[in-house]
Design a protein around this ligand. Structure first.
Ligand SMILES: NC(=O)c1ccc[n+]([C@@H]2O[C@H](COP(=O)([O-])OP(=O)(O)OC[C@H]3O[C@@H](n4cnc5c(N)ncnc54)[C@H](OP(=O)(O)O)[C@@H]3O)[C@@H](O)[C@H]2O)c1
Length: 264
């Protein structure tokens, strides 16, 4: 076998990616990264028009036009129809990125049982879509890569000082959700390795959007070893690494991109 070059390992030409939450703060950088690496991107949003207009803004690739589909992680019917629409558009899906997240801003002082359970249903949606993707890839005798998006808050506890007197604490049900994704990743990776499907988690540290409270951001910056927040483009390389053959011998892992937050 000829040794692949670095450009070949990271090249996604001919690959089709389904990316959920594609038009969001981090999702839009992920979508550009995948398209820049040559992939045909099927952008998913709960709003199909939003998905389609966002897809049209991505850099063109040779394989065909990017597409947009409606997909809600909390609605199994929507997961099924969204996945079918992606396959109808591009003929196949080779890479799945579960990034969409139905957020809830309550914290441990006031979250209700219903809100807590709804937050955990994000994991159910990630799993059901991953299994749908697995069945699609195996029915084609293909190979696939799944990337789930986790969080530094799936690995470490909160940092109460960042939120005290500014806003609600980081949600306890969010920590529970993201911690569970570490284990879901390992479980699926072990069972699906024999089917040629790799499953990995990409866990961002603090990447606040412009909507985040300025004082909270200042406190997070003060605590971070790099004394600054991440910018969405700083996740692009890690995502393409996990999606592509550059990581062909990597599965079940959690790649943390957090400016050193979890290394204290
Ligand atoms: N930003 C950070 O600092 C940070 C840190 C660690 C981890 N993360 C993780 O990174 C991912 C992206 O976060 P973000 O910061 O980019 O947030 P964001 O801008 O709010 O994007 C999340 C996207 O998820 C989609 N979404 C919401 N509810 C959904 C549902 N029920 N089903 C499917 N999609 C749904 C929304 O898209 P539509 O409205 O178009 O459907 C939204 O654009 C999340 O998994 C988040 O937990 C973010």
């Amino acid at each position: 076998m000829t040794e692949p070059t670095i450009p070949q390992l990271f090249d996604l030409t001919g690959k089709v990616v389904l990316l959920t939450g594609a038009a969001g703060h981090l999702g839009s950088a992920f979508a550009r990264a995948l398209a820049e690496a040559g992939a045909q991107v099927i952008a998913a949003s709960r709003d199909r028009d939003r998905a389609r207009s966002f897809a049209a803004s991505l850099p063109a690739v040779a394989a065909g036009p990017h597409g947009g589909v409606a997909l809600d992680h909390l609605d199994e019917t929507s997961l099924n129809t969204g996945f079918a629409a992606a396959v109808q558009h591009a003929g196949k899906v080779d890479i799945l990125v579960n990034n969409g997240h139905d957020a809830d801003g309550h914290d441990l002082t006031n979250v209700t049982a219903e809100q807590f359970n709804r937050q955990l249903a994000n994991a159910t949606g990630y799993f059901l879509l991953a299994r749908k993707f697995h069945d699609h890839v195996t029915s084609r005798a293909g190979r696939g890569s799944i990337v789930l998006i986790g969080s530094m808050y799936g690995l470490v506890g909160s940092y109460p000082d960042a939120y005290e007197g500014v806003c609600a604490a980081s949600p306890v049900h969010y920590h529970t959700l993201k911690g569970g994704l570490v284990q879901m990743t390992r479980h699926l990776a072990v069972y699906w390795a024999k089917d040629g499907i790799r499953v990995n988690l990409l866990s961002p540290g603090p990447f606040p959007s412009a909507k985040a409270p300025a004082e909270m951001v200042r406190r997070l910056e003060a605590k971070s070893p790099m004394h600054r927040m991440g910018q969405p483009h700083e996740l692009k390389g890690a995502l393409v690494f996990l999606a592509s053959d550059a990581s062909s011998y990597v599965t079940g892992q959690n790649l943390v991109v957090d400016g050193g937050w979890t290394t204290w």
